[in-house]
Design a protein around this ligand. Structure first.
Ligand code: ASP
Length: 338
């Protein structure tokens, strides 16, 4: 019998039709009751810590989730966090960093259709999350549509389909088949890894998706607004324009202001590589840190987290370039130490 703490935070899974559209309304306790028979395999306790659409989940809520898990770590075999799907990938990534080297499962799940709807996928996803806890898949993961995805590799890719999440540049941790859950990776933490709660983050991080014609003057505003870190979603393997509208010159200015810059790709799959093209190498020359094959969600949350640990841009570079929890394949970070 596994002892599980279910933290409910809202999202579609807990939503009901309200005056202004679907809104979170079902309590954590009610979620559990509606799940019904747990087959004698789980004892689940519930803490409703939030009741929000996940569009409203930000740094304060990440800290609350991480702290609640941390404070209860020794009392339970695992944790399920029910969460809206829209920003679940950000929360799962951030908790992967805030709770390093977890030796217990922390499984995010939610649904595309509210639990009360006849066609809901919520029950399926919740049982998938329970199965991940039962199998002892350690660390932060996302359980959705019969797949278990490493938290820092999950990306929401569909607005309506039940296969809303994909595991990007990493294989699933587990998959449910007709003969049960097949586990590919239990994510057991290395014993030498530091454990604890590391929940300091900086919210002064901006994500810029480049488009052809991006106006370089935009970067002046980022400096004025006090941003400390910028994630650039660059073209293809990692390029940006310097003809006529010279973004490279601006990046040098940002660097002089101590702003940490990271580049990832606009392509969902496969790694960025800033060493291939001139338009990428120029980024490296400006001190931009390559994000390798990290998802944008992982790059954004990791930069927020790294800036929460230190003010020193060189330290941030070191932290950002280190693989903590499978968020980056080490062979994909060419040029990181330049
Ligand atoms: N808007 C909802 C949320 O993210 C969507 C969902 O849960 O699927 O809270």
């Amino acid at each position: 019998m596994k002892h599980v703490l279910l933290l409910s935070t809202g999202g579609t899974i807990a939503s009901m039709p309200g005056k202004g559209g679907l809104e979170p309304a079902i309590s954590g306790e009610a979620l559990l009751n509606r799940l019904g028979d747990l087959h004698g395999r789980f004892h689940v306790e519930v803490k409703q810590i939030l009741n929000l659409d996940s569009s409203n989940i930000q740094a304060e809520e990440w800290k609350l989730m991480a702290r609640t898990v941390y404070e209860n770590l020794e009392k339970y075999d695992g944790f399920i966090i029910t969460h809206g799907t829209d920003t679940m990938a950000y929360s799962a990534s951030m908790l992967s960093f805030m709770l390093p080297a977890l030796h217990k499962p922390v499984v995010f799940t939610g649904s595309q259709i509210p639990l009360d709807d006849m066609l809901t996928d919520a029950r399926n996803n919740l049982f998938c999350a329970l199965a991940a806890v039962e199998a002892g898949i350690c660390g932060v993961s996302v359980a959705f549509n019969r797949h278990i995805i490493r938290g820092c590799r999950a990306v929401k890719v569909r607005t309506m389909g039940f296969d809303a999440f994909e595991s990007v540049n990493a294989r699933y941790l587990g998959e449910i088949f007709a003969n049960g859950l097949r586990v590919y990776d239990r994510q057991e933490p290395r014993e030498d890894r530091l454990r604890g709660l590391m929940d300091s983050v900086s919210t002064d991080v901006f994500l810029l998706k480049l488009i052809p014609n991006t106006n370089p003057k935009f970067f002046d505003h980022l400096i004025q607004m006090g941003y400390r870190g910028i994630v650039l979603e660059a073209f293809g393997a990692g390029g940006m324009h310097f003809h006529r509208r010279d973004l490279v010159e601006k990046l040098n200015m940002l660097k002089d202001h101590g702003i940490v810059m990271v580049a990832c790709s606009q392509c969902l799959y496969e790694p960025s590589n800033l060493t291939i093209y001139e338009v990428g190498r120029k980024l490296l020359d400006c001190g931009v840190i390559p994000a390798g094959d990290m998802t944008t969600e992982a790059a954004v949350t990791k930069l927020m987290w790294a800036l929460g640990q230190t003010d020193d841009p060189e330290e941030v570079r070191k932290i950002f370039s280190h693989n903590f929890t499978g968020e980056i394949s080490e062979q994909t970070i060419e040029g990181a130490s330049q």
